[in-house]
Design a protein around this ligand. Sequence first.
Ligand SMILES: [Zn+2]
Length: 306
Amino acid sequence: MRYFDLHCDTLGECTVKNLPLRDNKELQLSLERGRGFSAWFQCFAAWIPDTESHPLEYFRRVVQRRRKEEEQNQDWLQFCSKASDFYSTNQEKKCGGIFTVEGASVLEGRLETLDELAENDVKVITLTWNAANEIGGGVQEPGGLTPFGQKVLQRMEELHILPDVSHASEALFWDVLEHTQGPVLATHSNAKSLCSHPRNLTDRQFLALKQRGGLVGLNFYPVFLADSGNASAVDILRHAEHFLSLGGEDCLAMGSDFDGAAMPEGIIGIESIERLAELFAQHGYSDALIDRIFYQNSFRFFEKYM
Ligand SMILES: [Zn+2]
């Protein structure tokens, strides 16, 4: 099967814990355990914790780790820089890595830092983590887009770096839509009408992203799947079902949050994706629709905007 995942924190974990991306038992994702996919794209985030006092320095550490992993895994991994990379990685049966940053605190309030991010092939920036930053409010510290945030969005558009509103406060979410023309993603967020956690999207938000030609990636974290915090793989299906009922067949995707979250019953890590797809099939999903959600919607999106 083909798989395209909009968010994992594995690269950060490899950096901090000095674990190999190629083969490890400690993490929820390794290149080795994803070898079964006939095509595989994985967004690897450099997550910037809100408490990080030197965000840019930390980002550079993750970049170094990324370079090291690329060098040591040339046979299995290639980070996508330009549009043609999206085809060559597939042909060469490699995992196509997409480098993202989670938390625009990385900019340390300087617009020029965006150039460094672009030079390092960052394709998506999750604008905030849970706290507010120089851009605007996060889910735990509400607030809209700042004047600096407006400039950041404008420069991101010029550099072809896409904004991700997972973790954004609702005020920031709507401000971002107002101040951008291009597509906006929510790489790892679920449906608020099924689980009321503030990290999830209201139906109105989902429809706005859909209308904008964006993507919404389903997050596997039990706390975002069910209000009880107890969830299984079936709950991922429930959220998919809901978004599909809102017309999400073209914008629904996967955003596992591997190595950034605990997993629901039935999901161990990247090796469980095949079984998750089988679960969708058992519930009457056609192969074509499964492929859209698990791969094609995201592939088409990046093909178009890269
Ligand atoms: Zn996150």
